[in-house]
Design a binder for this molecule. Structure first.
Ligand SMILES: *Cc1c(COP(=O)(O)O)cnc(C)c1O
Length: 394
């Protein structure tokens, strides 16, 4: 990449570092992209708060920006916004912060997005010591950018790279914070060093043609989580188990319905009768005016979308129960839907359980539609946010 290209990227950016230092923390633009040193100047006036914003958890904040090259424009990145899918698309930068075990995180730094170097003995590679988060930023009609409940992602940080936030209505910027044991260990032990990094990727609306129903298959042998385990935490180790369940579902059902993409719905591992969740979404069952979702008891990931939908549903006059939900309740439900940051609210078109298939119709049910509509309008800044869930970046 040419230096000018990098500078063009940089001039769009604005970032805040923890601490009131008078110079930037050590930068690592060294990898590949820079042939000459940058002249980065620190500006303390918060007048340029509209561009790249990235905040680390910090007792005090300093502001840094590229004063020389700052142009004040907020042009979009050069990608085909109409063809955004839900795959990973690399963006300019990532944010990286490290700390020794038991120590404090140092000032973070913005690095060009790229591969990271890890010891082969890193805790994350050998023992799966890692956590991640996922949230989205939407662009409003007025150009400002909205984050949805970022504090709920347990990070006191905010970020959005304006150029990579899709135009209004075309999708969102998916934000992925990742915390991992990066220090070397040989025996099973917590890593001696930790790395916190955040990268982002623009993503299309999960369902291009409106909301498409998903087809679930109830898995009654394999489980994603067990009591006393880590199912309730967004730890990287929770996801490998899905691969074998997914492979099994493809094997059995693929023969019957080769075209249907089936997503696995897990049951509790003790009774094998109560609903837990889908591999990366929570589940809701609608019957009359009553909405039920499995109660969070350590084996289910407490989704922020789940929590938000419960509140939205109640505000819309629905009764919501968080309780044990029997798998049989799926059989005579009016509607079933899943929730998660990626899918927002996703209607379930059918459920297959022990070879029996129940169908809920091709489209989205009225209740699911109503909840989807209220939540997405809130997230995109189209209706007043009485809940004060969104954080506007100006
Ligand atoms: C991330 C995730 C969810 C959804 O959580 P949100 O905060 O709504 O995105 C649900 N289940 C699992 C297993 C997850 O990893």
């Amino acid at each position: 990449m040419e230096n000018t290209a990098v500078l063009t990227c940089l001039q769009q950016n604005y970032f805040c570092f923890s601490g009131h230092s008078s110079s930037l923390p050590s930068r690592s633009f060294s990898n590949t992209t820079l042939s000459q040193p940058f002249s980065l100047k620190l500006q303390k006036q918060p007048a340029l708060v509209s561009h790249y914003v990235l905040r680390a958890a910090s007792p005090a904040r300093g502001y840094a920006t590229l004063s020389d090259t700052y142009s004040g424009t907020s042009e979009l990145a050069d990608i085909e916004w109409d063809n955004l899918g839900f795959g990973f698309l690399s963006t300019d930068y990532m944010y990286v912060m490290k700390c020794p075990q038991g120590g404090k995180f140092s000032n973070g730094e913005l690095q060009c997005f790229g591969n990271i170097e890890l010891s082969p003995s890193a805790g994350v590679l050998n023992y799966g010591q890692g956590l991640f988060e996922g949230l989205k930023a939407y662009r409003k009609e007025d150009g400002n950018i909205l984050l949805f409940r970022p504090e709920e992602n347990a990070m006191r940080m905010r970020m959005a790279n304006r150029r990579w936030v899709p135009p209004t209505g075309k999708g969102s910027l998916y934000i992925r914070p990742l915390l991992m044991g990066s220090g070397a260990v040989l025996g099973l032990a917590p890593a001696p060093e930790y790395t916190f990094l955040i990268y982002v990727s623009p993503v299309g609306n999960y369902f291009k043609e409106g909301v498409a129903p998903i087809n679930l298959i109830v898995e009654h042998e394999l489980h994603r989580a067990t009591p006393g385990g880590t199912g309730g935490v967004k730890t990287i180790g929770n996801y490998a188990a899905n691969y074998s369940a997914d492979a099994c579902s493809e094997g059995t059902i693929g023969l019957l319905r080769p075209k249907a993409i089936l997503t696995v719905l897990y049951l509790d591992c003790i009774h094998k009768r109560y609903l837990e969740e889908v591999s990366s979404c929570n589940i809701f069952v609608v019957k009359d005016k009553m909405i039920a979702t499995p109660a969070i008891k350590g084996t289910i990931l407490p989704g922020i979308t789940r929590k938000s939908i419960i509140d939205v549903a109640q505000s819309q006059g629905f009764q919501v129960e968080e309780r044990q939900v029997l798998v049989d309740e799926l059989l005579d439900a009016d509607e079933v839907f899943c929730t998660g940051t990626a899918v927002v609210v996703s209607p379930v078109g059918s459920v297959t359980y022990l070879g029996k298939r129940v169908s809920y119709g091709d489209g989205i049910g009225v209740v699911s539609q109503q909840l989807y509509s209220v939540l997405t309008k809130l997230q995109m800044g189209l209706i007043e946010d009485k809940m004060e869930w969104t954080v506007e970046l100006r």
